[in-house]
Design a protein around this ligand. Sequence first.
Ligand code: KG4
Ligand code: ZN
Length: 346
Amino acid sequence: MAIVLAIETSCDETAVAVVKNREVCSSIITSQIPVHQQYGGVVPEVASRQHLETINGAISLALEQAELDWGKIDGIAATCAPGLVGALLVGLTAAKTLSVVHQKPFLGVHHLEGHIYASYLSEPTLEPPFLSLLVSGGHTSLIYVKDCGVYETLGATRDDAAGEAFDKVARLLHLGYPGGPAIDRLAQEGNPQAFALPSGKVSNPGGGSHPYDTSFSGLKTAVLRLVQQLEKDGLSIPVADVAASFQETVARSLTKRAIACALDYGLVTITIGGGVAANSGLRKHLQAAATAHHLRVLFPPLKLCTDNAAMIGCAAAFHLNRGHRSSLTLGVQSRLALSQVMELYQ
Ligand code: KG4
Ligand code: ZN
């Protein structure tokens, strides 16, 4: 049984949690969204400075709310890749420093492995193998989870991540940042069949299309063209219908690929992680398709879908239990394939 204090600062959330294997003892999440909203997106340098200002208070609060002192902590973890380099550096440096001061093992954690482990927190019986659909602002992947640290990426986006597409479409509809929740809200009032949009197929060089890869940049351009055409024709933009049609297209596209992948690989459980997992359209379509194919789909609660440190702590606790440790010379990396996770440990 490992108790880990974990730090997550890969993007615009300063998060610290204390996790006992699959149990969350405390989870502090300080969002920087209001700070970045004025710029219409995350400004990396601003994010790093905000993390610096918030991190110490968040660490103290996480320990206090867990009602634990440093003596009870078995390991200290931080996200080390992928993400914004300056932002990652704040969390990683704090974790390394605490590990030296309190003489505890230090572990660097892959952010996407954290998103996978969010489902371990919400479903105590979950065990590999299973398929994980990760849909966040920076990533869209279908991952075959074989064991702790053993992952095979079966599908990915060729260009924009799903969350990035939501954010870009929201920007062109003047809905503000972050775009996903705004589109999700508006889509409830719109007609998802109002506009036919391209479904994000990726053509294979030899013909046909890739069964699991997606492409969202064409979809985003199609929405842009649609808006431009309506403006040119002097028509008002039916924003709710555009939002609903866009969301429907993304949800159907992701659902189709996730179900095909699970069936082809004989995986009966699909988990979902990342901010876009909060999307109501995706949840509805995926649940319906999974039920129709007798598959189990696990949706973690929303606070575990978006960035948090509890998921990082859970992944770290599993590694710690297996005797994995990171070197204090471990650095941050803006990109790192999930298949390289074990390179983080000695
Ligand atoms: O996982 P996350 O918190 O951060 C990253 O690792 O990227 O995901 C953030 C992304 C943003 O692009 C945001 O617009 C999207 O998740 N998002 C949503 C919803 N809530 C957050 N997208 C669609 N529908 C939502 N309800
Ligand atoms: Zn994330």
